[in-house]
Write a protein that binds this ligand. Structure first.
Ligand code: GLN
Length: 476
């Protein structure tokens, strides 16, 4: 039997093209791995084997991702499949169309296979806000996989998928990738179409890959990137060949280390692993420069005004009239809305809708929302200034390794701080990636640590190249 646990897309492609592996066998191996381990991990919400099997039978292995199954976060519409966003309000809903990233994956020959668990409507950092099930970190089943794309990260880490799509509004691809020990890439705002992604905060959301390697991240990004007339925020700029410069190294590059990204209270061993990774870059011939992003301290607060404001507007569509959960026996329309939404949304989603409605309300709009937009500009300018001096930035992805299930659920603020290093990237619209950079010991477990690399908007080629240079020193 083949071991799919360590198989990369790149390796599978070679075998598929050589004829030593068939798409059906590959799918069956993935399906078998899910049957063996997902009971414990809880990463998948559902999967349609028959449909994937039919696609595998006709897969063209000469296409860029021909015959490669890809797990999909439950916030991305796949025609004919459930898309619940792990919320009761979308129970029973079936997607009537493919998101653009899904049509693009299909065009590249990939097979969407399986829906992965997430925090309800992508709000959270641990996947504990899923109203459907708990997902466990494959490195320690007592711990969270990160979030909100925790299912996607866990299934890649547990060897039940070669790759997955996630979405990242404030860290939801990079943070779970870091905590599960895989690679997670958040593309620049406008690089990938959001059409068919259930909107959380439209000015921040981006779809991106979770994979085992940087090379695989490049392959998936290649397939999903590009302008889409159906998403007016996707930019009409050419998509470069993301694999072309992967091995070009970092010799002569200037890489910045923002001093605000090593904070008090962060896990000292995590900081140590990241410092070691920075030393690796120095050894590889990069010049390491200290930089400052002075407005970083406002990023979390800023995000929780902008993201909740946008969420309160975006989630207004879930009213039980056209689709999704509908209450029974409502007296009138207001009662219908109140009860439907009261029953359908979980605690965290309600908290965000209430907060977002408040910051947009007349009298508070200027004090909170408008102000937050100005602070966002300051945060973006910090990065613009830094990128005048350096080619990329290095930092931890998360201040702590995976925490215990239940540990932070009573304290939303603690949960919000999980994204302290990832959120500014979304506010600035730039691109970021998390790559594994070792482990830390916690009780009986070895928990993965992620190194975050950041690059200017639409410089994913450079981002991947920097990431690959480090990874190449690890995967020998
Ligand atoms: N954890 C952050 C939040 O709860 C980010 C989530 C995300 O990126 N979708 O909003």
């Amino acid at each position: 039997m083949m071991e799919i646990g360590g198989l990369t897309i790149a390796a599978a492609r070679r075998m598929l093209k050589a004829g030593s592996l068939s798409p059906v066998t590959l799918l069956d191996e993935v399906n078998g791995a899910i049957n063996r381990v997902d009971q414990e991990v809880g990463g998948y919400l559902s999967r349609d084997y028959q449909r994937a099997r039919a696609a595998a039978e006709h897969a063209d292995v000469h296409l860029p991702l021909g015959g490669i199954p890809v797990a999909i976060k439950d916030a991305i519409n796949v025609e004919g499949e459930p898309c619940s966003c792990a919320s009761k309000i979308l129970e029973g809903y079936t997607a009537p169309y493919d998101a653009t990233v899904i049509s693009k994956l299909r065009t590249a020959g990939a097979i969407p296979f399986g829906r992965t668990n997430m925090d309800e409507f992508a709000m959270g950092s641990s996947t504990e806000n899923s109203s459907i099930q708990i997902t466990r970190n494959p490195h320690d089943p007592e711990r969270i996989p990160g979030g909100s794309s925790g299912g996607s990260a866990a299934v890649v880490a547990a060897g039940e998928a070669l790759a997955a799509l996630g979405s990242d509004t404030g860290g939801s691809i990079r943070q779970p990738a870091a905590l599960c020990g895989c690679v997670g890439l958040k593309p620049s705002y406008g690089r990938v179409s959001r059409y068919g992604l259930v909107a959380f905060a439209s000015s921040l959301d981006q779809i991106g890959p979770l994979t085992r390697t940087v090379e695989d991240a490049a392959l998936v990004l290649q397939a999903i990137a590009g302008h889409d007339p159906l998403d007016s925020t996707s930019l009409d700029v050419p998509v470069p060949d993301y694999s072309a410069e992967l091995e070009a190294g970092v010799k002569g590059m200037k890489l910045g280390v923002p001093k605000e990204y090593f904070v008090e209270g962060m896990d000292p061993d995590v900081a140590e692993r990241v410092r070691e990774a920075i030393d690796v870059y120095r050894d590889l011939g990069a010049e390491i420069v200290d930089v400052s992003l002075p407005h970083t301290k406002y990023a979390v607060a800023d995000y929780y005004i902008i993201a909740t404001a946008e969420a309160s507007a975006n989630l207004a569509r879930f009213d039980g009239v056209r689709y999704g959960h509908r209450t029974v026996g409502a007296k009138d329309l207001a009662d219908h809305y109140g009860r439907t939404r009261g029953e359908g949304f979980g605690r965290e989603v309600k908290r965000r809708i209430i907060l977002g409605t408040y910051v947009l309300s007349s009298g508070y709009y200027d004090a909170y929302y408008l102000r937050a937009q100005k602070v966002r500009t300051l945060i973006r300018r910090d990065f613009e200034e830094a990128f005048k001096q350096v080619d990329g930035l290095l930092s931890p992805t998360s201040p702590v390794p995976a925490f215990k299930i239940g540990e932070r659920m009573k304290d939303p603020l603690q949960m919000y701080l999980a994204d302290i290093f990832t959120i500014a990237v979304n506010l600035a619209g730039i691109c970021g990636i998390s790559v594994p950079c070792g482990t830390v010991q916690a009780e009986e477990s070895n928990l993965p640590v992620g190194l975050q690399i950041m690059a200017p908007a639409f410089e994913e080629s450079r981002l991947l190249r920097i990431a690959r240079a480090f990874e190449a020193t690890r995967l020998l």
